[in-house]
Design a protein around this ligand. Structure first.
Ligand SMILES: [Zn+2]
Length: 211
């Protein structure tokens, strides 16, 4: 019996027979979605071990960004913050350490941050680099705070695990390498991306009141 699940989003009637054969030989149980909408509603959307998107489907600048990063590497950050594991342990709670330094995932719907849409910015919990503006936050219904793009391209770095778009794309803080979450190509305009973040990895900063 297949032990791994792969979700494939493709507008073709069927994925190629040879691809299906390869994936099944690799031990994947295949679920096929015909559209991004179907993908969002699929029970395996957050749990599958691997994803394969037909990258012609989402029409956003974010897909181009991921392609470019995949080919040319991550953009250079403005600054770097590097600390030893012991130093991070001292700064963070055990849960914060597990998520940000050991690539953990908090439980869905575990934070009130999902339903907060007040103006302000969200920074990296570990190094306080500003990552997202509240205006880019949207209700994804997934139970994790979701954004469509970072404040600037070079604050986030991407880790591609395996062939392009076959695995989830991990997002990390480009300044301190904190694990933030993953990015999926099923978000709204303008990027077409959904930055699915762990609330525990972020710090909300309220916008200063204009005087
Ligand atoms: Zn950071």
């Amino acid at each position: 019996m297949a032990s791994k699940r792969i979700l494939i989003v493709d507008d073709e009637e069927n994925i190629g027979r040879s691809l299906r054969l390869i994936l099944e030989r690799e031990g994947y149980a295949i679920s096929l979605c015909r559209s991004i909408r179907e993908f969002r509603a699929h029970p395996d959307a957050e749990r599958a071990d691997a994803f394969l998107f037909d990258v012609r489907l989402p029409d956003g600048s974010g897909i181009e960004l991921l392609r470019s990063v995949r080919q040319n590497g991550n953009p250079a950050p403005d600054r770097r913050v590097e600390k030893t594991p012991a130093e991070w342990r001292q700064q963070l709670t055990p849960e914060q350490y597990q998520v940000t330094r050991q690539a953990g995932t908090e439980r869905a719907f575990s934070s009130q941050m999902c339903s907060l849409f007040e103006p302000g910015t969200y920074s990296c919990l570990c190094c306080e680099t500003i990552l997202f503006d509240a205006s880019e936050k949207f209700e994804s219904g997934t139970g994790w705070p979701s954004f469509t793009q970072p404040v600037t391209t070079n604050v986030i770095a991407y880790r591609f695990d395996g062939p392009a778009f076959l695995k989830r794309v991990e997002t990390i803080c480009n300044t301190c390498d904190a694990h933030l979450g993953h990015v999926f190509p099923d978000g709204p305009a303008p990027s077409g991306l959904r930055y699915c973040m762990n609330a525990v990895a972020l710090k909300k900063i309220a916008k200063p009141v204009a005087s």
